[in-house]
Design a protein around this ligand. Sequence first.
Ligand code: SF4
Ligand code: MG
Length: 331
Amino acid sequence: MGPVLAVDGLKAYYQTRFFGTLREVRAVDDITLEVRRDEIYGLAGESSSGKSTLIKTIARAIRPPLNVVAGSVRFDFGGQGAHDIYALPAGELAATRWRHLSYIMQGSMNVLNPVRRIRHSFVDFAYRHMALPMPAFLRRVEEHLAHLSLQPAVLDSYPHELSGGMRQRVTIALATVCRPEFIIADEPTTALDVVVQKGVLGMIRRLQREMGSSVLFVTHDMAVHANLTDRLGIMYAGRLVEEAPTRDLFRRPLHPYTAHLIRSLPRIGDDAPRHGLEGKPPSLAAPPPGCRFHPRCPLAMEVCRQEVPAMRELAPGHRVACHAAEQGMLP
Ligand code: SF4
Ligand code: MG
């Protein structure tokens, strides 16, 4: 079977007219990647690198001024053949949600209706997607909550009666109770303290194994990626700059930006000052020519200022877009 998700040459720009001139913010600029069945694919990069815009575009959860200007997003649910999500009629797209594709948005704890008990959120969102009578549905919900170490009593609670960690677990339970084949999660643990975060990550991993789902997991937190993901893509200024099995990427990063992200991770017993990176990520409305990282890159050469580096596979399963890496220079 082929990959469950194939993104090809995807460009999604925020387009606005300003006194008649078109202004574009190239938040997602020519991204190609695949997510396989049964894997957790991580997306990393600092805030405003385009991660959230990319996954919103993948889930077809976008509205103007954000538009797809090129490329395709194809899902193959159940190995039945790949379909472009943008070619699906609205009705089929709605049917795809929850059952096949579930999207846990950033700050999605807020999807829980504050004036309704948790039980009602499950009934409102998930019941119609499951061909089960109500008592069996509620039993299924309780079993599923138990997987996330939540007591059936949470169903009778209001959201404000639960801690942040419990609310986030309820949200994850809600997003996964229909056993979707593909789960997209955007910073689902960022607001949680470290202990709760660890618990939630362990549960996402367990759910993924038990259900055999694929997960596209987004966070800027490299430590989370190291613990959770199977493969990892690094975004910088709207582009994918490196991708590899997570272990390989941490052992031997080939892109200078990835090397920087890994070096800035705190290490136990190591008080040496962390290497900072000069400058800020570029504005996506006017990104620099050539490699977008060149103004900050310690290895930048003349060619980097002129030519966009192409994504190339330099080791098995390890792709990188960098002129220096192509010449065998290590960051
Ligand atoms: Fe640095 Fe050049 Fe590689 Fe870009 S292409 S990361 S500027 S060496
Ligand atoms: Mg984001």
